[in-house]
Design a protein around this ligand. Structure first.
Ligand SMILES: [Zn+2]
Length: 232
């Protein structure tokens, strides 16, 4: 049997199979298309549809010996899960960027795989990871994040889910909501230059961190501009 993938998913195949974008697998009459696609190295979260010998087919279909399974990539943008995002341990920098843009991005630096998968299910979050094994777990809704640098990862997530952005409404440190606060209340915690220059402040409702637009405006503008430019 052969599993074929589109160009954008070729990186999931072993290097020798990438040029042809096809992986041959030993025939197994019991294997569903879902099993075959996993065996080829493609997590279910990256599958937008399947074809068996040229016809649309479901994940539970079975291929006859010599069958050809075509994997279709997920159409972008796709809706994110209603509970927000949950990021894998290694994606802390991406979590801060998502929060800066106002997105619900849960992250902790010590969550194990089983814990992440369970939390994503329980809280109906989209699990963002670069660990394919995590996405192979049953029932996980998520995405394999492309890109080595956090800015590229952010661009990938914004391109894939096209979420509505609300910059400077969440704490980048803990992810909780910010609420406006009077300058007088936070003046003693501000650097002198900031105290002189800015008048609008907000404070994290959970950890108390203070934010002002000036400190982040340029960075936010740059992130959004870069993320939305298709050729970046
Ligand atoms: Zn906070």
């Amino acid at each position: 049997m052969t599993v074929r993938v589109p160009e954008e998913l070729a990186f999931l195949l072993p290097p020798r199979d990438r040029p042809a974008r096809a992986r041959r697998l030993r025939a197994d009459p019991d294997a569903t298309l879902g099993h075959l696609v996993r065996a080829a190295g493609v997590p279910p979260t990256e599958v937008g549809g399947l074809r068996l010998d040229g016809r649309p087919a479901g994940r539970s279909a079975r291929a006859a010996p010599g069958g050809v399974v075509d994997v279709l990539a997920v159409a972008r943008p796709e809706p994110a899960a209603p509970g927000g995002f949950l990021l894998d341990v290694g994606l802390g920098a991406l979590a801060r960027r998502l929060r800066l843009l106002g997105l619900d991005a849960a992250w902790s630096n010590d969550a194990g795989d089983a814990e992440l998968a369970a939390r994503a299910r329980d809280e109906q979050r989209t699990l963002l990871t670069q660990d394919r094994g995590l996405l192979m777990r049953r029932g996980v809704r998520g995405a394999l994040v492309r890109g080595a640098r956090p800015d590229d990862q952010l661009a990938d997530v914004l391109d894939r889910f096209a979420p509505a952005l609300a910059p400077l409404t969440r704490c980048t440190a803990c992810g909780a909501h910010l609420t406006p606060v009077a300058k007088a209340e936070v003046a003693d915690r501000l650097p002198a230059g900031t105290r002189r220059t800015y008048d609008d402040f907000s404070r994290c409702t959970a950890c108390g961190r203070v934010y002002w637009r000036g400190a982040h405006a340029a960075r936010i503008d740059r992130l959004v501009r870069r993320a939305r430019r298709p050729d970046r």
